[in-house]
Design a protein around this ligand. Structure first.
Ligand code: ARG
Length: 563
C-alpha cells in the first residue's frame, strides 16, 4: 500500500477534488512534529473558494479517519496527518523483508542500456590515486543502474594510442630488457618512459627515432606491434590485481587504438556537413562560447577528441544506449563539452544522452606518504597500505575471528571505496588512513560494524519459529527514525541514479547505521517479555541489516557477518 495515495483518496472523497491533484499537493513536512504528510490548504482556496483555515477545518470535520492515521490536525491552514507508528513500522519493515535482498530495485530500466566509460587506464602508466574516483564511481553507477533494471556496459576506454608509444619503444630498445619489464611491470615501463624524457634533453635525435617507431605502429609493422601489444599486456596484468581486489569486471576494453579505422567516416561526415574548418593547417570544428574542437592536426594526426567522437558513434551503433556516461575528472570538462557539441552540430539528437560524470581531485593527507618530487601516488600502494592497516586493526579488535584476512580485506577495500563515495562527486578529496579506517566516524568500517552488530543480535535471538511480530513495540522515536530511513531507501537509489551520485546512498546508509545504533543503545532488543514484541524489534534489526547490506553492495563494498 502507498500511504500518500491512501490519504489522497480520503481527501479526494471529502473535498471533491481529483485524487491525483490532492496527491500532488501533499507534502512531507521536514519536521516530523508536523506530521508525516501535510496538505497546504491554500492550494485549494481557488477551487473551493474559501480561506485555507476554513478549508482545513471543514475537511477535518468531514473526513472519516482511516485506521492507519492516529490523528489529524489543523495548524494554520495546513492539515497535518500523523500516521500510526506501529502501522508505519509494519509497512516499511515488511516491504523490506518481502523483497529478500532486492529492496529498492526496480524494472524502470527494462529494455534500456547504459554505457559507462570508467577507470580507463593509460597503457604503460600505473593507476594513480586519482583513478580511485573514476574506478569506484563508475563501478557503483554500474551496480545502481543494474539494480534498476538497466543493461549496463562497462567500458575501459584504454589510453593506448599516441606518440608516447614510439618513445617507449625507443627507451625499451636502448635501456630496457625483457626480463626486467616482465618483473617490474608498469613501474618499469614508466621508468623507461621517464628516462626517455631525461635523455632526449641531451640527445634530441631520440625524438626522431620515436616518431619513426610510432609511424611503424601506425603502419602495423610486426616488431612494433609485438612490442606495443606486449606493453598493453603488461599494463593490464598489473591493473588486473587492483580490479580483482575491488571485484570489478569490464564488458569491454576497446580503447583509443580500437578506433583507428573508425575515424575516417566520421571525418568525412563532418566534412560533408560543412563543419570542418581549416585553421593554420589543422582541421577544426568552430564552436560558440568555447575554443574550437581540434579534429586533425596539421600533419594529419587524429586527436583524443577525434577518437572519442568515433567511439560515441560506435557505441551508439553497437549498444543503442539510452545514456552513455563518461566518468572522468573535471579537468576534462571542456574536452567533453566540446565534442558533445560537435555531435549535436552533426544533427544527432542523442548527443543529449552523452553525460560527463565528472569528479574532483584526490590527494593524500599531508605527510602521510613520502612522495618524491613529481612522483605520482600509485593507487596500488595506497590500497596495499590500507589493507595492512586494516589487518592490524582487525588483529587488535577481534583476535578471535577465524577469517581475519578476509575481514581485513573487506574492511580495507571498503574504507578506501567509501572515502571516494562519501561526498558529492565534484568535491575534492583528501585521503587519510586515520579517517578512512575510523570505526567511530562516517566510514565503511562503522557501517560494516553496524551490519555485523545486526547479524549478531539476530543470531543470539533464539526465538521459537512462528512468533508473529507486534509492531506496537516500535512506537518510540528511535525506532521511527530507523523506519523512516528504511521507507525512503528506494527513493534514494532512484535519486542516486538520476543525479549520477552514489554518495546519496553512502549518506543514506551512514544515517541508517547511526539511527540503528541509537535505537540499539536506547532500547533492549532481546528481553524476556512478550515474544511478539521481541519479534518486532528483530524484524526492525533484520530490515536495517538488509538495507545496509544492499546499500554497501551498490557502492561495491562487502558486508561482513562478524567483525
Ligand atoms: N585515459 C583517460 C585519462 O586517464 C581517460 C579516458 C576517459 N574516457 C574517454 N572516453 N575519454 O585521462
Amino acid at each position: 500500500m502507498d500511504l500518500r495515495e491512501s490519504i489522497a483518496e480520503v481527501l479526494a472523497g471529502a473535498s471533491g477534488v481529483l485524487k491525483q491533484d490532492v496527491s500532488d499537493m501533499l507534502e512531507v513536512p521536514s519536521d516530523t512534529a508536523m506530521g508525516d504528510f501535510a496538505l497546504p490548504c491554500f492550494k485549494l482556496s481557488k477551487i473551493m473558494r474559501k480561506a485555507p483555515q476554513q478549508i482545513a477545518q471543514d475537511l477535518r470535520d468531514r473526513i472519516d479517519k482511516p485506521g492507519f492515521v492516529s490523528r489529524i490536525e489543523n495548524v494554520g491552514g495546513y492539515l497535518n496527518f500523523y500516521i500510526d507508528r506501529a502501522f508505519m513500522a509494519r509497512l516499511a519493515i515488511e516491504n523490506v523483508l518481502e523483497k529478500g535482498g532486492r529492496y529498492g530495485s526496480s524494472d524502470e530500466g527494462r529494455g534500456r542500456t547504459i554505457c559507462i566509460d570508467y577507470s580507463s587506464v593509460n597503457i604503460a602508466k600505473p593507476l594513480h590515486i586519482g583513478h580511485l574516483s573514476t574506478t569506484v564511481i563508475g563501478h557503483s553507477l554500474y551496480n545502481i543502474f543494474n539494480f534498476l533494471g538497466y543493461a549496463c556496459v562497462g567500458i575501459n576506454h584504454l589510453g593506448d594510442w599516441g606518440t608516447q608509444f614510439g618513445k617507449l619503444i625507443v627507451a625499451y630498445k636502448k635501456w630496457g630488457d625483457r626480463a626486467g619489464v616482465e618483473q617490474g611491470g608498469v613501474e618499469e615501463l614508466n621508468k623507461l618512459y621517464v628516462r626517455f624524457h631525461e635523455e632526449v634533453e641531451k640527445h634530441p635525435a631520440l625524438d626522431d627515432d620515436a616518431r619513426a617507431w610510432f609511424k611503424k605502429i601506425e603502419d602495423g609493422d610486426p616488431e612494433a606491434m609485438e612490442l606495443f601489444n606486449w606493453f598493453k599486456e603488461i599494463t593490464l596484468k598489473d591493473v588486473a590485481k587492483i580490479y580483482e581486489l575491488l571485484e570489478i569486471k569490464f564488458d569491454s576494453y576497446a580503447g583509443e587504438s580500437f578506433y583507428n579505422d573508425k575515424m575516417q567516416p566520421v571525418i568525412d561526415e563532418l566534412d560533408q556537413k560543412g563543419l570542418l574548418v581549416e585553421d593554420q593547417g589543422a582541421r577544426v570544428v568552430l564552436l560558440e562560447d568555447m575554443p574550437p574542437c581540434l579534429i586533425l592536426k596539421s600533419d594529419g594526426a587524429t586527436l583524443y577528441a577525434t577518437r572519442d567522437i568515433a567511439a560515441a558513434f560506435y557505441r551508439k551503433k553497437t549498444y543503442d544506449f539510452d545514456k552513455c556516461l563518461y566518468v572522468t575528472a573535471y579537468e576534462q570538462d571542456l574536452h567533453f563539452r566540446q565534442w558533445f557539441k560537435v555531435i549535436e552540430r552533426m544533427g544527432y539528437d542523442w548527443a543529449a544522452d552523452l553525460v560527463h560524470v565528472n569528479y574532483g581531485r584526490v590527494s593524500m593527507e599531508e605527510g602521510s606518504m613520502s612522495t618524491r618530487m613529481g612522483r605520482i601516488i600509485r593507487l596500488d600502494e595506497v590500497l596495499n597500505r590500507t589493507l595492512e592497516k586494516a589487518r592490524d586493526i582487525v588483529e587488535e579488535k577481534s583476535p578471535q575471528l577465524l577469517n581475519k584476512e578476509e575481514i581485513a580485506r573487506m574492511v580495507g577495500v571498503g574504507a578506501a571505496v567509501f572515502t571516494a563515495l562519501k561526498n558529492n562527486r565534484i568535491k575534492d578529496i583528501v585521503f587519510s588512513w586515520d579517517n578512512a579506517l575510523n570505526f567511530d566516524g562516517e566510514t565503511a568500517p562503522y557501517v560494516q560494524y553496524t551490519h555485523a552488530r545486526c547479524s549478531s543480535v539476530l543470531e543470539r535471538a533464539g526465538l521459537p519459529e512462528g512468533v508473529l511480530p507486534d509492531y506496537a513495540a516500535l512506537k518510540n522515536e528511535e525506532a521511527r527514525a530507523v523506519v523512516s530511513l528504511l521507507a525512503s531507501f528506494p527513493e534514494t537509489v532512484e535519486n542516486a541514479a538520476k543525479r549520477y551520485e552514489p554518495f546519496l546512498i553512502t549518506r543514506h546508509i551512514i544515517n541508517l547505521a547511526k539511527a540503528y545504533n541509537k535505537y540499539y543503545f536506547d532500547h533492549r532488543i532481546l528481553t524476556d517479555e512478550d515474544a511478539s514484541l521481541v519479534k518486532a524489534r528483530l524484524n526492525l534489526t533484520e530490515a536495517a541489516r538488509q538495507v545496509i547490506r544492499i546499500g554497501l553492495s551498490l557502492l561495491g563494498i562487502k558486508a561482513p557477518e562478524k567483525m
